[in-house]
Design a protein around this ligand. Structure first.
Ligand SMILES: NC(=O)c1ccc[n+]([C@@H]2O[C@H](COP(=O)([O-])OP(=O)(O)OC[C@H]3O[C@@H](n4cnc5c(N)ncnc54)[C@H](OP(=O)(O)O)[C@@H]3O)[C@@H](O)[C@H]2O)c1
Length: 177
């Protein structure tokens, strides 16, 4: 009889440091879903956010089955004023968020004059406000883990789904007129 490896409930450890969960917004489809698959292949724990529950839960089941990683889902409309804060609260209850992927977004194509005001406001709320709020809310947790992160980042990036993403060597800041 085939045996099944248990779901790994501990965060990925690189160079002795826990990486934390990877939070991906807009993970129910498209690029976000593919990023979730890529991170899961590397053994990361995931928190997936979008509005369509069935899509999120289907992907979570697929990733747990294929890669034995712990996947949580948060069903939330990030364009709603209360959406980003609700996501941060729910996500942090599951553990430290080590990597934030602000992927959810919409594009309104066509002449500005033909756009509906509510669609434009919705787009600004999702593409700008939610991204800003999620990033700012995550900073306190990141800064407390900053020394660990800075010592692990080169190796973390080597093991990320994007090996071409390399940390830049320290450079002197310059200003040009
Ligand atoms: N594909 C491209 O060529 C391209 C080019 C440039 C930039 N981008 C950007 O890359 C990102 C991903 O693109 P994509 O092509 O993969 O898009 P997509 O297939 O349309 O997927 C968008 C994702 O965002 C989620 N989403 C949309 N509105 C949301 C809301 N109000 N609250 C929470 N989640 C929401 C959707 O899930 P639910 O519907 O379940 O909520 C879905 O998971 C977007 O930000 C897009 O603007 C894409």
């Amino acid at each position: 009889m085939a045996t099944r490896t248990k779901i790994k409930l501990e965060p990925l450890v690189i160079d002795g440091h826990k990486v934390g969960r990877v939070l991906i917004t807009g993970a129910s489809a498209g690029i976000g879903a593919e990023l979730a698959r890529a991170f899961a292949r590397e053994g990361h724990q995931l928190t997936l956010v979008a509005r369509r529950r069935a899509k999120l839960e289907g992907l979570a089941a697929e990733l747990a089955r294929e890669h034995y990683v712990d996947v949580r889902t948060i069903v939330q409309d990030l364009a709603k004023p209360t959406g980003p804060a609700a996501v941060v609260k729910a996500a942090q209850a599951d553990g430290h968020i080590g990597i934030l992927v602000n992927n959810a977004g919409v594009i309104d194509v066509g002449p500005f004059s033909a756009s509906r005001t509510d669609a434009l406001v919705n787009m600004a709320n999702l593409n700008v406000r939610a991204l800003t709020e999620l990033t700012a809310s995550s900073f306190p947790a990141w800064s407390s883990a900053a020394s660990a992160a800075s010592s692990t980042s080169p190796r973390s990036l080597r093991s990320s789904p994007f090996p071409e993403w390399r940390p830049m060597p320290p450079r002197r800041r310059t200003c040009s007129p």
